[in-house]
Design a protein around this ligand. Structure first.
Ligand code: DGY
Length: 421
C-alpha cells in the first residue's frame, strides 16, 4: 500500500516535470511557482537528489538584482493562465511576476542538506545557493519592514499564497477596483468557480498589480505606496524559520556574516511575533499595518506560525485550537464555527497538505507529537480517499481544485518518510 502510494506520488512529480522546473499542475498553473518549487524539491529528494537541487537553482536563476525572488517564472508562454507576462509588465529577460511568495527556500535547503545521501554533492550545490537566499532575506527586511519592527508585510494576497483567505476581507476594503483594465479569468475554465476566489477579489488582485506596475516595480517604493500591507504570522513564521535554518547552514559553511545576519533576523522576528498573539483565539492573528490593528480572523495563517520556534506554551495552545476545530480532517484553513467559513472555497475552509506539513513539523519540534501525528495521519487519509488534489473539504474529505497536484504529491513523500522514520 505504502509502495503504491509512493510510486503514485513519484509519477505525479515526473508528469509535471518540465526538465529544470516543475509546474504545480497542468492547465491551471502552467509555469514555475516559487514556494511550490521549494516544497516540490522536498519530494524530489526521495528519488533524485540532484534534480531536487536543480528545482531551487532554476528558481534563483530568476532572482531580481534587488534580491527579490518572484512568485511566478513564465518560462514558456501559455494562454491558459491569467494574468500572464504582459499584465505584469516586469520587463525581465525571462518574464516573471513582480511580487514574491513565502520564503520556504532556506528551510528547504536545510532539509535537503541534512538528509542528503551524497553530502559532498549537497555541499557544492548549497554553497552556490546560500548567498542568493541570504540576499532574498535581506531584501525582505529592507523593503517590507521599513520601520525595523522585525516582521515583514505582504503587499498582495498572492504573496501569502492564501489568495482568498478571510484574513484579507477587511484590508481589501482599502483597495479600490475602479479603473482596472477589463480582463477574462482563466482559472475558472480549469476549476469549479465555486471553489475559487470571487470576481470582486480578482478585481482587487488586479488593481494592486496595475498599481505596482505603474510604479515600474521598484520594490523599494511598493511598501509605502500600497494600500494593502498585512503582517501575516504564517508568512513571517516561514521567513523566520528560513532565517534560522540559513544561519545554521551558513555557520556550517563558515559564512559567518550570513550566519550572524540571519540569526539576528530570526531572533528579532521571534520576539516581534508576540505582538500578533491573541489569547482569545488561542493563536496568532494577522495585523493590518495600515490601521495598526489585529484582524479578527482566526485563519490557518495564525496556526502555521508554529513552523518557527514559538514558545512551547504557544505551540500547546495552537494544538488545542486545532482540536477545537472539530472537523473530520485537520487542519481547516478557516475555523468552521466562524460564519465566514466555506468548506470548498480555496483558502476559506479547505485543508492544504503543504500547510499541514509545515504545521506538523513545527508542532513536533515543540513537543506536540500527538497533534503532529494526527495531522500527518489525516493528510494521508485524504490522499487515500480523494487522490492528489490541490485541496480538500475538511468535513467530507472531498478532493477540490486542480488534480495531479505536484506539491501535494511531494508532501505525501515527506509524510510517508515521517511515518516510517
Ligand atoms: C493564482 O493565480 O490563483 C495564483 O494563486 C496566483 O499566484
Amino acid at each position: 500500500m505504502t509502495d503504491a502510494l509512493r510510486n503514485a506520488a513519484i509519477d505525479i512529480l515526473k508528469i509535471n516535470d518540465r526538465g529544470q522546473y516543475t509546474v504545480p499542475t497542468k492547465g491551471l498553473y502552467p509555469f514555475q511557482w516559487n514556494w511550490d518549487s521549494c516544497l516540490t524539491a522536498l519530494g524530489q529528494r526521495h528519488f533524485d537528489e540532484a534534480r531536487a537541487w536543480t528545482e531551487i537553482e532554476t528558481l534563483f536563476a530568476h532572482q531580481w538584482p534587488c534580491g527579490m525572488v518572484p512568485h511566478i517564472i513564465f518560462h514558456q508562454m501559455d494562454d491558459g493562465y491569467f494574468p500572464g507576462p504582459t499584465v505584469w509588465g516586469t520587463n525581465r529577460p525571462v518574464p516573471t511576476s513582480g511580487i514574491t511568495q513565502p520564503a520556504v527556500a532556506g528551510f528547504a535547503l536545510k532539509r535537503l542538506f541534512d538528509r542528503a545521501q551524497d553530502p559532498a554533492h549537497a555541499m557544492t550545490r548549497l554553497r552556490a545557493l546560500l548567498p542568493k537566499v541570504a540576499a532574498w532575506h535581506r531584501w525582505f527586511y529592507a523593503t517590507r519592514d521599513p520601520q525595523g519592527e522585525g516582521l515583514v508585510a505582504i503587499l498582495h494576497p498572492w504573496e501569502a499564497g492564501r489568495d482568498n483567505s478571510v484574513d484579507w476581507d477587511a484590508p481589501f476594503d482599502q483597495v479600490p477596483t475602479d479603473g482596472i483594465t477589463p480582463y477574462t479569468r482563466r482559472d475558472t475554465l480549469h476549476a469549479d468557480p465555486s471553489h475559487r476566489p470571487t470576481k470582486d477579489q480578482y478585481d482587487r488582485y488586479l488593481w494592486l498589480v496595475e498599481h505596482f506596475r505603474a510604479l515600474e516595480w521598484d520594490t523599494s517604493k511598493l511598501h509605502d505606496a500600497s494600500p494593502f500591507q498585512v503582517v501575516d504570522p504564517g508568512f513571517n513564521a516561514i521567513l523566520i524559520r528560513a532565517c534560522s535554518d540559513l544561519a545554521d547552514l551558513a555557520g556550517f559553511l563558515g559564512e559567518e556574516q550570513i550566519a550572524a545576519e540571519n540569526r539576528h533576523f530570526a531572533q528579532r522576528g521571534l520576539s516581534a511575533m508576540e505582538s500578533l498573539w491573541s489569547p482569545r483565539h488561542g493563536q496568532y492573528l494577522c495585523k493590518d499595518r495600515i490601521t495598526g490593528k489585529l484582524i479578527d480572523s482566526a485563519s490557518v495563517g495564525g496556526i502555521l506560525a508554529a513552523f518557527c520556534d514559538i514558545p512551547r506554551e504557544r505551540a500547546a495552545s495552537i494544538a488545542a485550537t486545532i482540536r477545537n476545530h472539530e472537523t473530520r480532517y485537520s487542519v481547516a484553513s478557516h475555523p468552521p464555527h466562524d460564519p465566514r467559513f466555506d468548506a470548498k472555497r480555496y483558502w476559506r475552509g479547505p485543508v492544504w497538505l503543504v500547510v499541514n506539513y509545515m504545521i506538523a513539523d513545527g508542532l513536533a519540534r515543540a513537543g506536540q507529537q500527538d497533534a503532529a501525528a494526527r495531522i500527518s495521519a489525516d493528510s494521508l487519509e485524504l490522499i487515500h480517499k480523494g487522490g492528489f488534489a490541490e485541496y480538500y473539504d475538511p468535513i467530507t474529505g472531498e478532493a477540490l481544485g486542480g488534480g495531479q497536484f505536484t506539491w501535494t504529491a511531494a508532501m505525501v513523500l515527506e509524510f510517508l518518510a515521517r511515518e516510517t522514520a
